[in-house]
Design a protein around this ligand. Structure first.
Ligand code: CUV
Ligand code: SF4
Length: 625
């Protein structure tokens, strides 16, 4: 029997969310919460990870009574294979996004597009130098061509290792080499994971798990890092700026366009089109006070970091944003876009527009945005939104709140500039104990968890303990709505963090970007480790994804662990059906890579676990606790 949906009070900590869930229920519109209730209880075998559909001798389910699949695979093998494919899925998502940026760079170099350009030449040259490409005395185009070819090659089959391993401390690289964990190519590791998990290949769970880690490293230090760095080259490296967040950023008197998905390649063009004077004039003629572009999920984070556009919400706000009744268009690229948005948009005047051939939605209006036609297509999309303004039913509009202020734009470059040109002041603040350590809180919402309850509570608990928090992905809007992303939030922080952030005029919780931008955090950890001449696993740092749901979040968690970062998850992946895999993930990896996952649903306890870890790591570095 399906369960009743939970009472609204238990679904989210936010008033804007609760108001819109109530509106949806009053209007008879189904959301993720009703569908979760329909799907509950979930299949126990699937929850444990002990189902296999990798061949047609099966499908097989493992239990005490039937401990092996038809081929003979046991629970350990099946759980490891399923987890490996899960990681491959997440790594593929981030990395294919990264590849799209290389293709835009290629289109720029070959003169196929005028819509995109190299905005940050200095960054391009710095990347070239870092990855062993000659810069001095060469034309920018030639340097760019080498960078492009080098990154394309990182997707293939390197004999040794991918380019950005130049950033990794030698001690860490030695560990990877010893374990057979060195990533040799993004597509190679993903394809090899599919190969290994075919019937009759890698039937040794720990061995499959090692390759899962290698696959995730090809994402973190490969696909994601390339995505982040080339986005900076093409759209500009983020600098600190103020913006706003929550459903109040949707404006009753404007044409509202929400960009949703992950890649700035599309959303940047939508924003540019929305600023086109002719289109603005057209909107005004139709009675609107302008065109408002607001962000959802990670493509929102991308635009927020670079252009300061407001954030309407994170994952569990995407359906609810449409329910305000004031959204003319939702423009999506790919990833984390619930297909239900098409149905919900259909309950209003909202146009749902997809833009990528690899992420099409039945019932959507489709535009194939490519480098050569991007701005012109974006203008057509914005024009559609403007025309939709007249169809809006004012009687169904309800924008439930006023926006809150947030500060954004913390790239490593911006942080180093704020520190006066080097990481030394940060190293000194850590050494002095004013900043005791740092934790990245990243990832999603999950309707199984009261929305943002854990994301926000953990951030608050950590800053109280003088632990600097970096947020990306869906945790951004959570922290922002909780008032943690403004300089005044130092009042919620411990004395040391308050002193340092107060002096710099920055919040104790820094917005570090989108999910691919977790690569910025990896880079920062590597730079700190190199500055101290230690390994990343020696640093007083951690990572957490309290409310995660996606394959991508699992890949992020795994590359963090494999990079030596102690990593918290609010709930386990579907691995509990294998003791071997579970033990490896939650303790065995410590001996191999110097870090593990820990699973903990209580955020006060989680903060204490990080505190203990940070104390131990500080001690190891010869610092006060
Ligand atoms: Ni990756 S963080 S739901 S949109 S992966 Fe998507 Fe960015 Fe989680 Fe949020
Ligand atoms: Fe069953 Fe083995 Fe086929 Fe999986 S690979 S479905 S366990 S027979």
């Amino acid at each position: 029997m399906a369960k009743e949906p939970k009472p609204i009070e238990e679904l989210s900590i936010w008033d804007d969310a609760k108001a819109m869930i109530a509106k949806a229920r009053a209007e008879g519109i189904e959301t993720v919460h009703e569908r979760l209730a329909q799907q509950t209880p979930h299949c126990k075998f699937c929850e444990l990870g002990t189902t296999c559909r990798n061949c047609t001798m099966g499908p097989c389910r493992i239990s005490a009574k039937m401990p092996r699949g038809v081929c003979g695979a046991d629970a350990d093998v099946i759980v490891a294979r399923n987890f490996g494919r899960f990681i491959a899925g997440g790594s593929a998502g981030h990395s294919d996004h990264g590849r799209d940026l290389i293709e835009v760079l290629e289109a720029i170099i070959e003169g196929e597009t005028k819509d995109y350009k190299i905005t940050d030449e200095a960054k391009l040259k710095a990347l070239a130098a870092e990855t062993g490409i000659e810069v001095e005395g060469r034309e920018l185009k030639d340097v760019a061509t080498d960078v492009m070819e080098n990154f394309f090659a990182d997707f293939g089959s390197r004999k040794k290792e991918i380019s950005f391993l130049s950033r990794v401390p030698q001690k860490r690289k030695d560990i990877w080499a010893k374990l057979g964990m060195t990533p040799r190519g993004v597509d190679r590791e993903i394809a090899e994971m599919m190969h290994r998990t075919h019937m009759g290949c890698d039937n040794d769970a720990p061995n499959t798990m090692i390759h899962a880690a290698r696959t995730s490293l090809s994402d973190g230090w490969g696909g994601s890092m390339i995505g982040t760095e080339l986005s900076d080259v093409i759209f500009g490296t983020p600098t600190p700026k103020m913006s706003t967040a929550n459903l109040g950023v949707i404006k009753e008197d404007k044409v509202n366009i929400l960009v949703h998905g992950h890649n700035p390649v599309v959303s940047e063009m939508i924003l540019a089109a929305a600023r086109d004077p002719e289109l603005v004039e057209k909107a005004e003629k139709l009675g609107a006070k302008g065109i408002n572009v607001a962000g959802l999920c990670c493509t929102g984070n991308e635009l927020l970091m670079r252009q300061g556009i407001p954030m309407a919400g994170n994952h569990l706000m995407t359906e609810l944003a449409i329910i305000t009744g004031a959204v003319e268009a939702v423009v999506v690229d790919y990833q984390c876009i619930m297909p239900s948005l098409v149905q919900i948009a259909g309950c209003y005047h909202t146009k749902f527009i997809d833009t990528a051939n690899k992420a099409r939605f039945s019932g959507a209006i489709h535009f194939d945005i490519e480098p050569h036609n991007a701005l012109q297509q974006a203008k057509e999309i914005v024009n559609l939104a403007i025309e939709g303004f007249a169809e809006r039913d004012a009687g169904r509009v309800d924008i439930p709140c006023e926006p809150v202020e947030i500060m954004t734009g913390f790239s490593n470059e911006a942080v180093i500039a704020a520190l006066g040109g080097s990481l030394d002041p940060l190293v000194q603040a850590i050494a002095a104990g004013d900043i005791r350590g740092a934790v990245g809180i990243v990832g999603c919402n999950n309707p199984k968890i009261k929305q943002d309850s854990m994301n926000v509570e953990l951030a608050k608990e950590l800053i109280k303990k003088d632990i600097l928090v970096l947020v990306t992905g869906c945790v951004t809007t959570a922290a922002g709505k909780a008032g943690l992303l403004v300089p005044d939030a130092i009042e919620m922080a411990g004395p040391g963090l308050k002193k340092v952030c107060g002096a710099l005029g920055i919040p104790p919780v820094l917005h570090y970007g989108s999910c691919v931008d977790n690569a910025r955090i990896l880079q920062l950890c590597a730079a700190l480790a190199n500055a101290l001449n230690v390994d990343i696993s020696d640093l007083p740092v951690g990572a957490s994804s309290p409310e995660w749901y996606s394959e991508k979040a699992a890949a992020i968690g795994l590359y963090a662990v494999a990079s030596g970062i102690y990593t918290h998850l609010g709930h386990p992946p579907n691995i509990l059906g294998s003791e071997v895999v579970t033990d490896l993930a939650t303790s065995g990896l410590e001996d191999l890579v110097g870090a593990t996952f820990f699973i903990e649903p209580d955020m006060v306890k989680t903060a204490e676990m990080f505190d203990e870890r940070i104390k131990a790591k500080r001690k190891g570095l010869g610092l006060s606790e």
